[in-house]
Design a protein. Structure first.
Ligand code: CTP
Length: 403
């Protein structure tokens, strides 16, 4: 999303200016072009030379500097830019923006700017919580600017609280998400993804589970969110961190996953069920830890769990329903049968016995199957690439469905 984007980064005078140097570097690595405008106070913390070297562009600091690149610098800057980003944004610049004051190059550039503006406030907690600052921030939001809330943590003044400039990687992620919501090819879609395995308790310390890591489902959720979709990720236990920007719901058992999925089903356009759902649960869940006996084995009586996807298939209205089939034999026949049985629009089938496929691997080898019998085989590829390919099919079909 950031490839080729032209960003004017406004840097104002707070201790977090040093982080803005890394921010420029990360924005450039993501493919953006960055031109930095600094206030005089910002230049007291880090020299313009540092930003010039990192951005590879002249740094603008002064309205009146004779040798500047353009005649009317602030107008040239906003004409060049696709968007402005202010990080760190002090209480002072926020106050000036809220009051319409233009008394230096940065505030004048902001006032002249008709492009999107993202503001990253960063200051001491007491200042941030002041009514006047909050009212000013609310004004900027009301006028269409996008505010990235500050992080909570240790502050330069020695206290701990809200007001830290978020980490540069998080700011880049935020900008990417903003752009995805404005321009992403899936921005009109609400996508529900399930991921990882469900667990069925046996006693307070044991459960029935499976080997699913969640990698495939999390990759789909991230890819959909990066392409602008509103994503709800419902996941069984997983070691993975939920992708930024998705609505995350953590569940444990199949019944919990079913309840969560049904809660959102009516409002989504697409459901992608990558979760490895436990088909059976223990008939009795012991309230105390089950003790072993020296000479005897024990039996577990298992009850059938609901088939979530089958329930969704039977209640389907406008949703595009994608299932997964993890098979160890008769891949195509088994997967095709699941399409019919569960009323799916597509199934992603993989033979989990193949090298580089299935649980815990970073790659997958899959086939897409459709209700009309069509099959598309994909090469072995990264799960992130499989995710993109699934979403390409989803996009094409949802567009056709809507016509
Ligand atoms: N699934 C589900 N609820 C279940 C079992 C599976 O929603 N109780 C979903 C999975 O998320 C997946 C698809 O159904 O998208 C296929 O799962 P799989 O376990 O391969 O199929 P089953 O129908 O359970 O058949 P079998 O276990 O006999 O292969």
């Amino acid at each position: 999303m950031l490839k080729g984007k032209k960003i004017v980064l406004g840097v104002t005078g707070g201790i977090a200016v040093y982080k803005a140097v890394d921010l420029v570097s990360k924005l450039k690595k993501a493919g953006a072009q960055v031109r930095v405008v600094m206030t005089e106070a910002a230049t007291k913390f880090v020299t313009p030379l540092t930003f010039k070297e990192i951005s590879g562009q002249a740094v603008a600091t002064d309205m009146w500097y004779a040798n500047q690149e353009f005649n009317v610098e602030h107008i040239a800057l906003v004409e060049w830019a696709d968007m402005m980003l202010l990080a760190p944004a002090t209480a002072n610049i926020i106050g000036k923006m809220a009051a319409g004051i233009a008394d230096d190059l940065l505030s004048t550039t902001i006032l002249a700017c008709q492009k999107p503006i993202i503001v990253c406030p960063a200051m001491n907690t007491g200042m941030y919580n002041k009514t006047v600052v909050q009212e000013n921030i609310n004004k900027l939001a009301k006028w269409g600017m996008t505010i990235m809330p500050p992080a909570v943590g240790h502050l330069a003044c020695g206290t701990t609280g809200i007001g830290r400039l978020p980490e540069p990687a998080d700011i880049v992620e935020f900008v990417q998400q903003y752009l995805a919501m404005q321009e992403g090819d899936l921005r009109a879609l609400k996508v529900l993804v399930t991921a990882a395995g469900t667990r069925e308790p046996i006693d307070p310390v044991r459960y029935i589970g499976n080997r699913s890591s969640g990698k495939m489902g999390y990759a789909i959720a991230k890819a959909a969110s990066d392409r602008g979709a509103k994503v709800i990720l419902i996941s069984g236990p997983s070691l993975l961190a939920p992708p930024a920007g998705v609505e995350f719901i953590s569940v444990e058992s199949t019944q919990e996953m079913l309840d969560a999925v049904l809660k959102y089903y009516d409002e989504v356009d697409v459901v992608i069920k990558a979760a490895a759902v436990a088909d059976y649960k223990s008939n009795v869940v012991a309230t105390q830890k089950i003790k072993k006996h020296d000479d005897e084995g024990i039996s577990l009586l298992l009850d059938r769990n609901p088939d979530i996807l089958k329930i969704l298939g039977s209640r389907k209205k406008k949703q595009f329903l994608v299932g997964f089939a993890a098979e160890t034999q008769n891949l195509l026949a088994n997967a095709q049968e699941k399409i019919q049985k569960k009323n799916l629009d597509m199934i992603v089938a993989n033979d989990v016995t193949l090298q580089g496929a299935g649980f815990n691997a970073d790659t997958n080898v899959v086939k897409f199957l459709f209700p009309d019998g069509k099959v598309r085989s994909l090469e072995k590829m990264a799960k992130s690439a499989v995710a993109e390919a699934i979403l390409d099919v989803v996009k094409e079909n949802v567009t056709i469905l809507r016509k």
